[in-house]
Design a protein around this ligand. Structure first.
Ligand code: ZN
Length: 313
């Protein structure tokens, strides 16, 4: 039911040490997908590469389209609409748009958001002057994103989009790359669809720091260390592995900093919300001091990189 993963997906290192054992539970899929359901009860170790610090599973399920099947959620329509209206990630999204704008210079501003979800970021990018497209594999969120933005939302992977000749001056992946096995394959495909001089923005959880946070919470509360049960997160990036992944895909001018926090909505500004937002912003600001990205204050990583103009691709 599994195939071993023997090398680091980022640097090909073979020195991989176990750090957390994760359980699989697909009881909810008993009738929808018996093949997926059969993995319930199995356990998978996560291992960390001694060379680049990247975390990944020790083995992967052999069930065809395992991850697509896992993400085939039949989301409620009202929930999807709320996801579009929700503002909790706007601070993150606005920061990404500012950084891309700084890199874009005078090049054409065509942006592809991979994992577009309900289309919130696409919509904000449109308001910022970008011509947008999205990739979203879930039919319900893809339909919402297309309807709310009036823009193309492709229900194919990035490899297929590239083969179709589509090209962009910027590509974004926000909270997406941690879900994708063999991330270099995706980054290589993205490098093919980014125009020379174009940019990529990638936000992921900071693997080691998320682990520390979960362990701290577990020691203080009833929180149970999950570290992405069910292989929801297959990549646990370090600063080095994220940097290296972008470089190996052919990108230059790679910068990795702390990712901006999600903020509670202004409308629920009770004291709790104000304090929680204040704390998150303080931690993020502290992580922005030089070297802070390597500290436990950087809960998320935000990388930007640019495809060289003289790129061979
Ligand atoms: Zn490695």
């Amino acid at each position: 039911m599994f195939l071993p993963v023997e090398r680091c997906w980022i640097c090909d290192g073979r020195s991989l040490r176990r750090f957390h054992e994760s359980g699989l539970d697909f009881q909810a899929y008993a009738t929808q997908d018996p093949g997926l359901h059969a993995y319930t009860g199995h356990r998978v170790w996560l291992v960390r590469c001694a060379a680049c610090g990247h975390g990944q599973p020790e083995k992967l399920p052999t069930l065809p389209r395992f991850f697509d099947r896992m993400y085939d959620q039949q989301w409620d329509q009202a929930w999807v609409e709320d996801e579009f209206e929700g503002r909790s990630k706007d601070f993150i999204f606005q920061g990404i748009l500012r950084a891309l704008k700084r890199r874009a210079g005078s090049s054409p501003r065509r942006l592809l958001d991979i994992g577009a979800h309900a289309g919130r970021f696409m919509s904000l990018a449109q308001q910022d002057g970008w011509t947008v497209e999205g990739i979203e594999l879930n039919a319900r969120t893809a339909a919402c994103a297309a309807r709310r933005t009036g823009a193309p939302v492709h229900q194919v992977n990035v490899h297929a989009l590239g083969a179709g000749g589509h090209r962009y001056s910027a590509v974004t992946l926000t909270d997406v790359l941690e879900h994708v096995p063999e991330p270099l394959s995706v980054l290589n495909a993205i490098a093919d669809i980014v125009e020379p001089g174009g940019s990529i923005g990638v936000k992921v959880p900071h693997g080691r720091v998320q682990e520390l946070k979960e362990r701290a919470l577990e020691s203080l509360t009833s929180h149970h260390v999950s570290l992405a049960e069910n292989l929801v997160h297959v990549n646990h990036f370090s600063v080095k592995s994220l940097e290296l992944a972008l470089e190996r895909a052919g990108f230059g001018r790679v910068v990795v900093g702390p990712g901006s926090p999600e903020l509670l909505p202004v409308s629920s500004r009770r004291l709790h919300g104000v304090l929680a937002n204040g704390l998150r912003l303080s931690v993020w600001a502290a992580a922005r001091i030089p070297g802070g990205v390597y500290s436990p204050l950087a809960l998320n990583l935000q990388a930007f990189a640019t495809k060289p103009v003289e790129s061979a691709r």
